[in-house]
Write a protein that binds this ligand. Structure first.
Ligand code: NCD
Ligand code: ZN
Ligand code: ZN
Length: 346
């Protein structure tokens, strides 16, 4: 038994990519052994979960792989989404309407960008009226003239659209996913209480220098995710928001596995597999920031509160026991692979 131990109620992950088929069967237990409940994202390659039939089949696939896990289902907002399809998805159990604008990340909605949401307010109002949460990847890939926005500024340029949605659909519960910049943290702080944000462990660890060169070429695909990690000032803001005890900010892993060959080469896939290391990393961050007393609220309480879900009854213990992170899980690179971590899930 290790000398130092921290026991918390089991966490909730409102942002997990579990994929399907072989990949799902490979990675699922790394989420389910820590998070009894997680919001499962449906940005499946060439097969977005955007209708009730697909949603039910995907949930069945997950439950078949692990009957003890509770997937909180999300439905992707795509060009196929209608008021009627949202109704059907709600009846089939979808709790979350999820949007990744086209071209900003893995599995973005083709041909549907953040500015297009102003033509979709009827869908957002429908989601609100049903009681769905709108979980959104706020990044803008190109400006109104079609000019590309640098990766490091895409979240910043999305802030205006967040504000527009807040105004246009009052009362809609919005989760601003994987916030990575000081400016977006401020926007969430200023927003009404129906607006919250998830923070990842990796955005509290990486800076842009771990990912891109000064021309934004990817220098380490293993650290490449969207939004990209930013500078020290932003990372500091993420760490403060994370460890400060504000219920507007809670954990969302954005654990996003990709096979090794997709993470290397000149155009790596965006997304990093963090489920096996997230809790140990958070434990260290919270100790470093003198906020360890807030860890349980951040990972296990504030998220369920915002989603209207029960806090888990089981507990999880982290112990101080150095271990080396394996490089990969059967061909799927793990975040911090090869590095030593101080804390371990016991
Ligand atoms: C995610 C993925 O791989 O599905 N990638 C990422 O870089 N975060 C999608 C997403 O959350 O944007
Ligand atoms: Zn995203
Ligand atoms: Zn994601």
């Amino acid at each position: 038994m290790s000398q130092n131990e921290i026991t918390i109620r089991k966490p909730f992950d409102p942002h997990a990519h579990l994929r399907s088929g072989q990949m799902l069967r490979k990675v699922l237990s790394y989420t389910s052994c820590i998070f009894p409940r997680a919001v499962v994202m449906g940005n499946l390659e060439n097969d977005p979960v955007d209708n009730a039939k697909r949603l039910v089949a995907y949930r069945d696939e997950i439950l078949k792989a692990d009957p003890g896990f509770e997937p909180v289902m999300s439905v992707m907002l795509t060009r196929n989404t209608t008021v009627e399809s949202l109704d059907a998805c709600w009846k089939a159990g979808a709790k979350v309407l999820k949007f990744i604008p086209g071209g900003v990340s893995t599995g973005g909605a083709e041909g549907l960008d953040l500015p297009d949401l102003k033509f979709q307010t009827h869908l957002l109002k429908k989601a609100r009226n049903l009681g769905m949460i709108f979980s959104c990847h706020f990044e803008l890939a190109s400006d109104e003239n079609g000019a590309a926005i640098p990766k490091g500024r895409q979240e910043y340029w999305a802030i205006g659209y967040l504000k527009e949605i807040i105004r246009a659909v009052p009362g809609l519960k919005i989760v601003v996913e994987h916030v990575s910049s000081e400016e977006m943290i401020e926007a969430v702080l200023e927003a009404p209480l129906n607006v919250a944000a998830t923070l990842t462990a990796h955005h509290a660890i990486l800076t842009v220098d771990d990912v891109l060169d000064s021309r934004e070429n990817i220098i380490n695909g293993l650290n490449y995710c969207k939004p990209v990690a930013k500078d020290i000032r932003d990372r500091h803001a993420v760490r403060l928001a994370m460890t400060g005890g504000n219920p507007k900010f809670f954990f969302g892993s954005d654990s996003a596995p990709h096979p090794l060959d997709r993470k290397l080469g000149s155009e790596p896939a965006a997304g990093i597999f963090t489920a096996p290391v997230a809790l140990p990393l958070l434990c260290k961050i919270f100790i470093e920031e003198n906020g360890i007393g807030w860890l349980e609220n951040f990972v296990s309480v504030y998220g369920p509160q915002f989603y209207g879900l029960p806090v888990s009854e089981g507990t999880l213990t982290l112990g101080e026991e150095p271990w080396e992170v394996p490089f990969d899980l059967d061909g799927v690179p793990i975040f911090m692979g090869g590095k030593k971590l101080q804390w371990k899930v016991m």
